[in-house]
Unconditional design. Sequence first.
Length: 64
Amino acid sequence: MNEITEDQFSAFEEVRASGATNMFDTIKVAELTDGFLDRKQIVAIISSYSELDKKYPWVKETYA
């Protein structure tokens, strides 16, 4: 897995917090990030969500 950056986690979290789509719909999530995230990155974020949330705790707080 490529390391997920704060910007990538932030883009994912912005979509998640918006409630615009099911986060397992990786095609839609990619569209909602204007292609910033690809399917592989989205799956990596989903798989490592807890670790990323601990690594970047301020990101989730931004969209709360």
